[in-house]
Write a protein that binds this ligand. Sequence first.
Ligand code: NAD
Length: 730
Amino acid sequence: MADYTNFTVETDSDGIALITWDMPGRSMNVIDAQVGPEFKAIVEHVTEDENIKGAVIASGKKAFGAGADLSMLEALLDNYAEAKNKDPEQAAKDLFESSYQLNQNLRALETSGKPWVAAINGTALGGCFEIPLACHARVASEDAAIGLPEVKVGLLPGGGGTQRVIRMVNPQDAVQMLLQGTTHRAAKAKQLGLVNEVVSADKLIETAKQLIKDGLKAEQPWDQKGYKAPLNLWSPAGVQMLSAGNALLRKNTYANYPNALNIMSCVYEGIQLPMDRALEVESRYFTHTLTTPEAKAMIRTLFMSMQDLNKGARRPDVEKTDIKKVGVLGAGFMGAGIAYVSAKAGLEVVLIDRDQEAADKGKSYSADLLDKAISRKRSTPEKKEALLGLINATTDYDAFKDCDLIVEAVFEDKDVKRTVTEATDAVTPDGTVFASNTSTIPITELAEAAKSAENFIGIHFFSPVDKMMLVEIIMGEKTGDKALATAIDFVTKIKKTPIVVNDTRGFYVNRAVMRYMQEAWNMLIAGVPAPMIENGAKMAGMPVGPLALNDEVAIDLSQKVMKQTVADLGENAVDPDHVKLVNTMVTDNGRVGRKGGKGFYEYPEKPGKKHLWPELKELYQQQDADEVDIKDVMDRYLYTIALEAARCVEEGVVTDVREADVGAILGFGFAPYSGGPITFIDQKGLAEFKARAEELAAKYGDHFSPPQIIKDMAAKGETFYGGAAQAKAA
Ligand code: NAD
């Protein structure tokens, strides 16, 4: 057999070919431009070689594979964009042909007349799970996890995933898996019917081969005579499933995700067809999906940019710090969370608070989270003990002596922060990096209390720390490269995504999200009915309405921030109507938000559902709902945030536009289909964005006036990603 770069093939004395996928120079297998043709050649060889009775495909790596190489898809799209200008019809045909190849190859595999078994170790995602799906059986190791996460990056499974899953799994679970991109562990996958056997890792190949020796049928159920698909569209259950499924999809996505709609179409159309035709239909929808702006935007931000940032794209070129031990100052809500995620990543943690009781309480937060995980079978008592063993809850600063990094999360009070910074500096060796988790105080100011402003930095977590994937790193005026590198090393070690911004009031993410909530206040004050304020936001693609979000972060916190802003910058720095609204809510009505059981929403005892406070409509003269332009409501949110992101780029707060996009999506869920606020502007086109912003400014206020950077770029026909703004970051 020919030599392959990415695979080895060994045929044993039983005539079973063991195909081991092990891409050189990569930690994970992916389907790239070379793997496709090589795998095709292997399928042809197995089919034609009379000495081969069947084949097992396995991985030579720790996991089976991560899916298609999305940078290959990006390149495919770039070629398409160029070819489209010359001959649109031919360009579309070529794109379809390249998208269809994997499907054809996997179809050749399943109709080869020889049994194929996939031996899945570790994760098998996307295209790397579609290969096993085409096999006649799948054996998974106990630690395996499988899934089709394409929907999350604006795509759909285009290697037969939609068609095979819908024929293998009960329809409701199948549609849910495709639309949510859920990853299933081996045991669950077996229960669903997606894998045939689960065995220990060392028995994987042996079991897979045994299935073939035991006479595994080399014909898929759907190719057998008299096959009946589990989903019968014309049965009452089928009709209900699809109508309910579509309604649910609409409710959850407001049709903002063409890929999700295309998945439903693949299911609906594909299930009525024989497999060959069904796969062709899937490939057509895949091709269409690929050409949507949403797919381009999501691949860019949610995959490429995020991957780059996770790999430390913004890390300066200084020696890597091998962080083993962190000190956490303040064992309150945030400090306890920071201690937990650090210990979870295997780091030793020293957790200090004012007294032992407070420090212990902070540690017990980890114990509670782990108890919950154990009850959901996501952890074990042994793992709990091991993790808790890493956390030293104490009041003794001496324990900070050998920490590689200190993260401070005490009260949001400059004097308290000064005291603990000084106490830390007194015991830690020179060169120890000190990070503050402040949400509002400028890092440059806090650094004045430290013995080295160069080693002082902001590491801003979001709450709840264990769930939020984003961490905003803030550079003070004097922060040096070593502090930045250490902060990035820490954040990537705890498996979160870092963005790096420069020091300013609210940094980047809070500045942007404040705009979101303030626009809701503006509408409330102008008498837009509250349900329209909330629903308009969801229609625009925001996961949580601005009033609900304000309740979550607490309205009294908004009040505090405003008071502080007035104290620092004077009365003119805040809108008096906003102050009045927030005072009405908090001071007059005691409505502080969710934590107090009442805010813009009422929170009745369970099983009651939260609902908007009915008296909101008494606060301001209400507009007639029919007079409110819902498109304006939607755009007001997207534009006010996008404009703030552009201002942050203009002011140099954000220096790499990828971070503005990733930060807004991970930080507060900015319409993910848009690829983030900067991609939103770019995809609209600067001129169109500017014109619409000016229109909104004329109707709703000056805060919509485009900043100079937008005007200049519109005049020059530039985009943020293509233009000077990003070149600076590269
Ligand atoms: P918190 O009140 O829950 O916790 C603060 C902890 O600091 C308390 O346990 C307190 O006992 C301890 N502390 C106070 N003075 C101390 C001292 N002198 N020595 C040692 N410990 C001391 O507050 P939090 O919500 O965890 O916020 C902590 C920091 O994180 C603040 O700077 C806040 O702005 C920031 N932050 C908060 C959030 C959030 O959502 N809560 C988000 C991002 C950043």
